[in-house]
Design a binder for this molecule. Structure first.
Ligand SMILES: Cc1cc2nc3c(=O)[nH]c(=O)nc-3n(C[C@H](O)[C@H](O)[C@H](O)COP(=O)(O)O)c2cc1C
Length: 242
């Protein structure tokens, strides 16, 4: 058994499930459990703070990994018609700023992007939000990648942001449109040199040997120097909420 996220404590033996949900047990029951099984709980766990989530894994069989019930977080905040912005985009902006300004959320701009083939086979991956305005949510990628091919064939997508540390998640569903060449160009040219060369050197959604990437990087670096043009096969997509 292992605890992820909380760090440090390990519980062994078959009696594991008895003690894993200390945070939702009564304090007395938890104490009995702790002493009976001689479990050492790091400081964070010892506080039995119900807002601390902690993932407890069990491996009851060699081929099975399962996540046991763990502490549910509670938050004083709740959504109510009076506190939600009438425009969902304003609500998004507010929460996005909260996530950044909290200083607690790493990569608040990371979002899951789901696409699907025309016959409905879905796929998802993480991409980074780069721009958002009344027109929609923009990310950048290689236009030959699987996600782009799916978008070309079926221009709909869903995004999910999850900001665990501030207890928020947002889903955006909409159609997808290509941004203009000028917009892609403007963003591409703002990227660091290594990223610009990387866009030329890496073929997304395909397997390339490590040394082949190095060799390609070397070639594009010799070809372009510091003036790296925006590749035709690279640019932005905008998810327009519907
Ligand atoms: C934190 C994070 C951010 C990422 N951001 C991007 C991104 O902005 N654009 C992109 O094309 N891929 C990004 N990736 C890589 C994608 O998740 C994915 O592996 C790659 O784009 C190929 O996806 P596809 O084969 O489904 O097209 C990111 C991955 C991670 C882990």
């Amino acid at each position: 058994m292992a605890r992820a996220n909380g760090g440090g404590s390990e519980i062994g033996g078959d009696r594991r499930p008895l003690c894993v949900s200390l945070g939702v047990m009564s304090l007395a029951a938890a104490r009995v459990c702790l002493s009976r099984y001689r479990i050492r709980i790091p400081r964070l766990h010892r506080s039995l703070n119900p807002s601390h989530m902690d993932v407890v894994l069990s491996e009851p069989a060699p081929d099975k990994l399962q996540v046991l019930p763990h502490i549910q977080y509670v938050t004083a905040e709740h959504l109510a018609p009076g506190t939600v912005a009438s425009n969902p985009l304003d609500q998004f902006r507010g929460w996005f700023k909260d996530a950044i300004e909290s200083g607690k959320v790493d990569e608040a701009e990371a979002m899951s992007l789901s696409t699907a083939t025309p016959n409905g086979i879905p796929s998802a991956r993480i991409v980074l939000l780069k721009q958002v305005d009344a027109r929609g949510f923009v990310f950048f990628t290689n236009y030959t990648s699987r996600k782009s091919q799916e978008i070309i064939a079926n221009p709909h997508a869903a995004l999910v942001f999850y900001w665990r540390e501030i207890h928020k998640s947002v889903r955006v569903v909409g159609r997808v449109e290509k941004i203009t060449r000028e917009e892609s160009d403007e963003y591409f040219q703002s990227r660091p040199l290594g990223s610009r060369l990387g866009a030329w050197a890496s073929k997304q959604s395909s397997v390339i040997p490590e040394d082949a990437i190095e060799a390609r990087l070397q070639r594009v670096s010799e070809r372009f120097g510091e003036n790296v043009p925006t590749p035709e096969f690279w640019g932005g997509w905008r998810v327009v909420p519907e």
